[in-house]
Design a protein around this ligand. Sequence first.
Ligand code: FMN
Length: 168
Amino acid sequence: MSEFREISPYELAENPFELIGKDWALVTAKNGDSCNTMTASWGGIGIMWNKPAAFTFIRPQRFTFGLMESEDYYSLSFYDEKYRDALKLCGTKSGRDTDKIAECGFTPEYGEAAPYFKEAKLVLICRKLYAQDMNAESVKDKKTVGGFYGEDDYHKMYISEIVKVLKK
Ligand SMILES: Cc1cc2nc3c(=O)[nH]c(=O)nc-3n(C[C@H](O)[C@H](O)[C@H](O)COP(=O)(O)O)c2cc1C
């Protein structure tokens, strides 16, 4: 039996600044049989169009980007501190060159609309509602934002409904 139980997004007690910014997340997506994961520490959770929502930002050069584009669902998953090295690996190596999931010893779970890993402590299954390429023309504060985009590699923003929350 799964160690996870489903909770309502409204039951989440985690501090999003800690959860995403400090603990980091894995963004996991698939296309057919191809599954990949990458670390993310930017993004948010909140409400959009009256729905519990996740806000995810992916640069186009990520291998995960192609998978994000190919399917409607992806997952955000969160881990205990003991997985920090695995999250570092998923944030520095590309699934183009290496099987990060195997290297981290993660166990993929395919029972939901998007894949996630058994080792997670918290999983958000996300369904894309809106996606938009960010661009230089839209930047209001060049001092804060501009420095991140020296190669003009603006993130794509995904606003997604959190359709399921699984917690251990
Ligand atoms: C702590 C941390 C946070 C990151 N946050 C993001 C992010 O929010 N968006 C993004 O596009 N890349 C982010 N990255 C970079 C990707 O995780 C990294 O480029 C990864 O190797 C991409 O893997 P892929 O090519 O297999 O998709 C982050 C990396 C680290 C280490």
